[in-house]
Design a protein around this ligand. Structure first.
Ligand code: ADP
Length: 297
């Protein structure tokens, strides 16, 4: 499976340019799309699932232009939209059964087997007979992923699936996705939460204001921030200066002052030590530091 995004632009009728010349390529496995609110993630997802046309540019799936082959593409797709909601008096299993028939599963017996298999996979088998709209927030999201999975899609697109979930549910959700990614499918996960992007993502992209600012592996993103993250021990007076001058990532009160982590191009003139970056550091390095530095050049 190969997905190629070429020169993609989207300008909404009101003139908002949500995507600016996006070029991106990824294959089987999990692909993470990270960016702050308004970056253009949902717009890109909606184009990928053929719910919206780009203003220009194209998306190819295994060499097929998705605008020209919408029907085939849709039959390969499972989609969990950002605002996945349902107003239904159906029971949980009935809801999934209905989603299965919409996804083209005609054989009722096979469908029912698949419904219970998926309910088990997302940990909802015990509540299969509960009315779907009475499930908890986390359970509803898991039912959302189950409806995206029914019909055996080869491409699974999940838009901000962890928003509003508590940490337990978020970890659970991430595990479900990483298990799925072992199955020779392509998963595109969009998120504004850095922690959702883990080493289980083979590839990732960073979007900011409609522009692609990074694409590569998460390890690669982290590598870019190497020698740019410092830990400083500061007295209050120094801390006030550092706050003004640098991008501060974290602040910890210690005896007689503060322990602060910053990103910076140069070694700061305070008592400092370079530390190994993590993905959160790398995100700040890119979004708040590098972009501003590039803009002011
Ligand atoms: P994200 O999913 O990263 O939060 P979106 O794709 O929702 O970003 O939005 C990207 C930009 O496009 C934002 O500036 C948003 O306000 C704008 N936008 C989104 N949908 C529409 C629309 N239907 N009409 C006009 N502008 C829109």
């Amino acid at each position: 499976m190969k997905i190629e995004i070429k020169g993609l632009n989207k300008i909404y009728p009101n003139g908002n340019q949500a995507l600016k010349n996006i070029n991106l390529e990824f294959g089987t496995g999990m692909f993470g799309l990270l960016g702050p609110n308004g970056a253009g993630k949902s717009t890109l997802m909606r184009i990928l699932v053929t719910l919206m046309k780009p203003t220009s540019g194209m998306v190819m799936v295994d060499g097929m232009d998705i605008q020209k082959h919408r029907k085939e593409i849709r039959s390969m797709l499972g989609y969990l939209p950002q605002d996945f909601r349902f107003f239904t008096s159906l029971k949980t299993w009935e809801f999934l059964d209905y989603s299965g028939s919409l996804a083209g599963m005609k054989n009722k017996r096979e469908r029912l087997v698949e419904v219970d298999r998926l309910l088990d996979q997302v940990g909802l088998l015990e509540v299969r007979d509960r009315q779907a709209n009475r499930l908890s927030g986390g359970m509803k999201r898991r039912l959302g992923i189950a409806q995206a999975l029914i019909g055996n899609p080869r491409i699974i697109i999940v838009d901000e699936p962890t928003t509003g979930l508590d940490p337990d549910e978020r970890i659970r959700f991430r595990n479900i996705l990483s298990q799925l990614s072992q199955n020779d499918v392509t998963i595109v996960l969009s998120t504004h939460i850095v922690g959702d992007i883990s080493s289980t993502c083979q590839g990732m992209a960073l979007l900011n204001r409609g522009e692609l600012v990074f694409s590569g592996s998460p390890e690669n993103l982290v590598k870019q921030a190497e020698k740019h993250v410092f830990k400083l021990k500061l007295a209050q007076r120094e801390y006030d200066i550092v706050k003004e001058k640098y991008n501060v990532i974290s602040t910890l009160p210690v005896e007689n002052g503060w322990e602060v982590q910053i990103v910076s191009d140069e070694i700061p003139e305070f008592d400092s030590e370079a530390i190994a970056p993590n993905i959160e550091h790398a995100y700040v390095f890119y979004m708040e530091h590098k972009l501003h530095a590039d803009l002011s050049e």
